[in-house]
Design a protein around this ligand. Sequence first.
Ligand code: ADP
Length: 174
Amino acid sequence: MTKGVKTVGNMTVAFYPGSFDPMTNGHLDILLQALNVASRVIVAIGIHPGKAPMFTFEERAALIHEAVNAVLPARKGDIKVVSFGNLLVDAARDHGATMIIRGLRNGTDLDYEMQMAGMNHKLAPMLQTVFLPAVAESQPITATLVRQIASMGGDVSSFVPKNVCDALYTKLGR
Ligand code: ADP
């Protein structure tokens, strides 16, 4: 039995970090799965100085909220979007989270994620990493490929929520 996972009453707060530039169907799938295992999910957008994103933090946050509202309005109040630029475990603890959510697409993700989960466990043993499996149809999706395909005129409507697709096309003047 794993010791020490702290809950506040029956509330489990999960921290789901990533770039979400922009949110894809893969991200949304993991976020919805996370809501099955946690009472509240904090979507944490990592800010990397020197790396210019396609969408600002405010735009990415709005797209995440809209996408969740469209498919699971009953849980919209259980999601918060924040930014962080410090150590993941520190940011998670600052927000009162007890769980770190990571999505797994394939074995390559697993190798990397196992290493990161191990390091995070050493840094903050009270934070429980939870891996959630990508559904088959979102396994190949990455935000980087979505941006590349969209900027070269491709159809990304099957890879991202409708509101994100519209925002991408608007941003690209299509
Ligand atoms: P990307 O790899 O698309 O740039 P992020 O770095 O923002 O995405 O990833 C944030 C989290 O979402 C990670 O845990 C990552 O494994 C997960 N994730 C990203 N894309 C998918 C997907 N297609 N299916 C499941 N999980 C995903």
